[in-house]
Design a protein around this ligand. Structure first.
Ligand code: SF4
Ligand code: SF4
Length: 333
């Protein structure tokens, strides 16, 4: 702040340039790591040396980089106060036994300045010397002495600074501390807080959290790194081809959800004499999807007129990933 208010000189310019350089680098790194969730990160890393990202990758790297630069650098506490939904969500889970950063009013009030050697009791004062440091260090600019406020992000900066003031005054630490509203009201310490830890709300929330974690782990463990969509070719529902065979055409979208290129084998079954007349194997790049035209044939007269259920089997060549998708084979009258 002092530098900001000072005159523009070489030192100020140097410091500001270095700050913005680091800040922009970190912001771009945020954008890069975000895009890395959707584009194979090794490819992205290689492309970053030649700046040869695709147009969407450029857009998202710059967009998230710009958002980080603006939010973390200029908006700061405004993001915590007005944009972040966490405070609203968190307050729905609070009760009077939740650990929060609190000012101990009974101990601190009445507030007032005094010398280090003054007898506070004789002056009728509490432990708060009203130095205002807890307000100065607060990143969201609140005065925690006014009680619990939704803007508080529990960073504990006020706890630390107040403890240093208490040390200088030779008062016990903890005028601002992590405690619960019930503990403050009842004047109980750590044991009183611990006795209220295993209450129904905590048990229910913990059970939900455990169930969600278990579900997430199970989903991850059972995740199939291959997806297949089957679309019938509407242009040619069914046709007779050379050799007197009946042919249906499909389009398969094969999605490779791994970080390596994969080769997949396509097969189809469900109808007497059904065979594949197109390429049986297809290669799909890392984290890419590919549309493949697939032709299925049956000998003419092998199946009656109508729609016959069939299914496609697509699996990794030499691997475990395997997907079975339903479709139909049409035989005209
Ligand atoms: S830092 Fe501590 S002593 Fe200073 S005003 Fe805040 S609560 Fe009072
Ligand atoms: S914990 Fe952090 S955000 Fe909350 S009042 Fe203290 S300094 Fe401010």
């Amino acid at each position: 702040m002092k530098l900001d208010q000072g005159p523009l000189n070489v030192q100020k310019l140097g410091k500001k340039s270095v700050k913005h350089f680091l800040w922009i680098s970190l912001a771009l790194w945020t954008g890069f790591t975000f895009v890395g969730y959707f584009t194979p990160v090794q490819t992205l890393w290689a492309e970053s040396f030649t700046l040869s990202f695709g147009p969407w990758e450029w857009f998202w790297v710059l967009f998230y980089g710009f958002a980080t630069y603006g939010n973390a650098g200029f908006m700061r506490e405004q993001v915590c106060k007005y944009m972040c939904p966490y405070a609203r969500f968190q307050s729905a889970m609070f009760d009077r036994d939740t650990l929060v950063v609190s000012y101990d009013t009974a101990r601190g009030d009445p507030r007032g300045t005094r010398g280090r050697k003054d007898d506070k009791a004789a002056k009728g004062l509490g432990d708060c010397i009203d130095c205002g440091l807890c307000v100065q260090v607060c990143p969201t600019g609140i005065d925690i002495r006014n009680g619990l406020q939704y803007e508080c992000i529990s960073c504990a900066a006020c706890v630390d600074v107040c403890d240093t003031v208490m040390d200088k005054m030779h008062y016990p630490q903890g005028l601002i501390r992590f405690t619960t509203q019930n503990a403050l009201k009842q004047g109980v310490g750590r044991e009183g807080i611990l006795r209220r830890v295993l209450r129904p709300r905590v048990l229910v929330y913990s059970a939900f959290l455990l169930a969600l974690t278990a579900a997430m782990m199970a989903t991850l463990a059972m995740r199939m790194p291959l997806k297949v969509d089957v679309v019938r070719d509407r242009a040619a529902l069914s046709r007779i081809v050379a050799g007197g065979r009946l042919e249906n055409v499909y389009r398969l979208q094969v999605m490779n959800a791994t970080e390596q290129p994969q080769r997949y084998r396509i097969a189809a079954e469900g109808l007497e004499g059904l065979s594949l007349a197109s390429e049986a194997e297809v290669e799909v790049g890392a984290a890419e999807s590919r549309w493949v035209a697939v032709r299925l044939q049956v000998p003419y007269g092998a199946a009656g007129p109508g729609s016959h259920p069939i299914h496609f089997d697509v699996g990794t060549v030499g691997g475990d990933a395997h997907v079975r998708e339903k479709s139909v084979f049409l035989v005209p009258r």
